[in-house]
Design a protein around this ligand. Sequence first.
Ligand code: HEC
Ligand code: HEC
Ligand code: HEC
Ligand code: HEC
Ligand code: HEC
Length: 492
Amino acid sequence: MVLERRLSTLPSLLGLLGLLGLAAAAGCTREPEPATYDLEALRDPETCAECHPVHHREWLGSMHAYAAEDPVFRAMNAKAQRETDGEIGDFCVRCHAPVAVELGLTQDGLNLDTLPREVQGVTCWFCHQVEAVEGTHNNPLRLAMDAVMRGDVLDPLGPDVHDVGQSELFDRNRMASSAMCGSCHDIVTPDGAHIERTFAEWQATFYGDPDPDDLERPAVYGLTCNDCHMNTSTGAIADYPGVRGDRSRHSHMFAGVDVAVSEFPDAELGPVLREEQLAEIAEQRKTSLCASLCVREEGAGAELTVWLHNEGAGHSWPSGAGADRRAWVELVARDGAEAVVYSSGVVTEDQPIAELDDADLWLLRDRVFDTSGAETHDFWKAASVESNLLPAPEGFGSSSDAETWKLRSYALDSAPTRVNMRVRLRPIGLEVLAELVASGDLDPAVVERASTFDVAPTVLEWTAETAVASSGEVDYGSCVSSSPGCGAPALK
Ligand code: HEC
Ligand code: HEC
Ligand code: HEC
Ligand code: HEC
Ligand code: HEC
């Protein structure tokens, strides 16, 4: 047993470990043992994989596992270090490789290639060691540096390898759990720009409302990060003798909008994990937005109105890295002869949206400006932010919901017989990647792996036959919507 444990921390002996695994399956029983893994062993996610294989596999496909190996991260960090003469220091790695920073193995992230994988990314050990949240942004999390794996289980069966401890920071029914996630999902730059605001946004919406009688818990209609981002299923949470089979298990896939642009963790598993993440993202996105599309004839022309609503995200849409994300409305209107009479937001898969000469373009993104007021893609230089992301409702109820429906109108010279729309989303703008390639920091091959998504509920087709007349105070003509319950309130 002792040998097996020591070996399990050595990746070069994975093959041998496999053999030991086979031996276990063939009938060897674990003899109970008082010793625990040392801290070094517990820092390695591969150690956890031994007994928590499902958690491990899910995590491995998440952006948390990949955060320090992300080639875009590496490129931006390298550029930031160079351009600030190293003054940016551990600002980036503090969140993308927090274990390496905690252990004093890196000051600037430029030596990540020389460090073992187990100290890179947001690891099992990092999260499960958090004992206190000492701020609201820039990763103010305090680690215990002990062998206790903190979690949400009230009566865990303590394995012989690590201690266990229930903590409100890991309990989706507690507000504190959102503070744990949120304080890393909220960035203020050295020049004071609040460039990622996911936590602040969540706090401002009704999702972040605490129960007035018990401020530690979310209100009945409130939802924490984990409520939405860690789906539950019932089953065992560890492969270990004597465990219960009826635990509430939390998914560690952490789906958002991003997928790996490298083959992380390796050429064989990487593509499989990427497909699994893409499926999870598509599933989550089914409820993220609602849209309506209306056409009102006006003389020989028409007025087209698009409505968008953030329906399912507990923060703005998109959120987080809003300066790098690109989300926009694509519209194509045709006449009876199928000729295009109007379009906006149409680009090819490999064309940067910034190249488009399109005065009508409805582009949702953050724009950041440096101390001289010049716009920049180098977000570490940001001193101010301009944002037009789709907010989530602040209060619970229909009037607050109605306020967060956003609209744009478009003037057409001739009336269409068919209009198609879709909201498109790029986790990272191609123009941002192009700059990193131009500065020599990013491999051009990465650009080809960047994705452009269609946000499913916003893929709509308007024709006079399928549209329904609007009946609100203002006449918007006739409209189609994501679903009967998922249309702009002003049309009813
Ligand atoms: C980003 C932080 C984070 C990372 C990284 C992370 N976990 Fe968790 N984990 C959590 C949270 C939060 C919960 C509890 C969720 C809840 O109850 O709301 C949890 C719960 C668990 C549980 C208890 C059972 C369950 O499913 O609720 C186990 C076991 C676990 N994690 C193992 C792991 C392993 C193994 C890894 C790495 C492969 C890992 N975790 C990585 C945050 C994290
Ligand atoms: C030798 C097997 C084994 C290894 C290795 C192992 N665990 Fe566990 N872990 C367990 C068992 C067993 C439980 C309790 C399960 C139960 O009660 O249903 C558990 C429970 C947990 C819990 C829940 C604790 C709570 O109080 O809610 C967390 C979190 C956790 N493990 C994380 C980890 C992490 C992170 C690693 C890697 C550093 C790891 N485990 C390695 C067997 C293991
Ligand atoms: C009500 C459910 C809900 C809650 C609560 C919620 N989220 Fe989300 N979140 C979503 C959905 C849905 C998406 C995906 C939107 C899409 O892809 O269309 C998302 C996306 C994200 C993304 C990717 C955003 C981007 O555009 O880059 C991050 C990061 C994230 N959430 C973190 C958090 C954190 C941290 C919290 C808590 C402070 C939280 N979420 C609370 C539903 C929720
Ligand atoms: C140590 C800081 C840290 C903590 C704590 C943390 N995250 Fe993250 N999270 C990150 C980083 C960094 C990334 C993105 C890495 C990348 O794309 O390079 C990320 C990515 C994500 C994504 C995917 C975003 C996307 O665009 O696809 C989601 C969802 C997410 N985190 C949710 C959570 C939740 C829920 C928790 C709490 C259980 C949490 N995070 C805790 C740092 C953190
Ligand atoms: C406070 C923690 C924190 C700090 C500091 C931080 N990041 Fe991140 N980073 C995150 C989180 C969280 C995400 C995921 C956000 C999302 O999905 O919207 C992320 C996502 C990213 C991504 C992937 C998405 C994108 O924008 O393309 C890159 C690249 C990145 N960060 C680079 C950096 C660099 C470079 C720095 C330093 C200049 C830095 N980060 C500093 C937490 C942090």
